[in-house]
Design a protein around this ligand. Structure first.
Ligand code: PRP
Length: 176
């Protein structure tokens, strides 16, 4: 059992919701005539992706990849593991990857190369959170809802030892 810890709110539910509505509007406009495929990077992106896609009013496809690089630790292992691959054929399609957080950039750098090898018509990256100060690889992020400092954050899909994914806000585990 995880002992209960205090969580300090970093980004509240309304701030997240407002940003998601804004982003959904931009993406709906950008992809209105192109039937894009949104690839949700599990597990962490499931909450953000669900909220975002529910606010979009254009025809689109959804696919999933299960990726892991952290294990149950708070530091990235640097090794990207594809636990489960996507199933749709992305060749000549507009593809958007949805992530919950970009930290070192290792995961997306790897994913971007892998997806590009399958010849999509275009490829963009959308993330709820971005920690640019932690970047180890050069990575262009097309849409980022919030840039944050180097905190270990949980909630809105993000976990600590697989807990806290269901918090409706992004928070920091307080040591007090
Ligand atoms: C997190 C997050 C990204 C990755 C970002 O996944 O969802 O995929 O780490 O880190 P990076 O930029 O340093 O590569 P995690 O391994 O925690 O798995 P999860 O999505 O199942 O929580």
């Amino acid at each position: 059992m995880l002992e209960e810890k205090k969580i300090k709110v970093l980004i509240d539910e309304k701030q997240i919701n407002d940003k998601i509505i804004e982003l959904a509007g931009k993406l709906s406009e950008e992809y209105k005539n192109s039937n894009p495929i949104f690839i949700i990077v599990l597990k962490g992106a499931f909450v953000f992706a669900s909220h975002l896609l529910l606010k979009m009013n254009i025809p689109l496809n959804v696919d999933f990849m299960v990726i892991s690089s952290y294990g149950d630790s708070t530091e990235s292992s640097g090794i990207v593991r594809i636990e489960e691959d996507m199933s749709l054929n992305i060749e000549n399609r507009h593809v958007v990857i949805i992530e919950d957080i970009i930290d070192t950039g290792t995961t997306l750098n790897y994913l971007r190369k892998k997806i590009k090898a399958n010849n999509p018509k275009s490829l963009k990256i959308v993330t709820l959170l971005d920690k640019p100060s932690r970047r180890k690889v050069d990575l262009e992020v097309d849409y980022s809802c919030f840039e944050i400092e180097d905190y270990f954050v949980v909630g809105f899909g993000l976990d600590y030892a697989q807990f806290y994914r269901n918090l409706p806000y992004v928070g920091i585990i307080s040591e007090e």
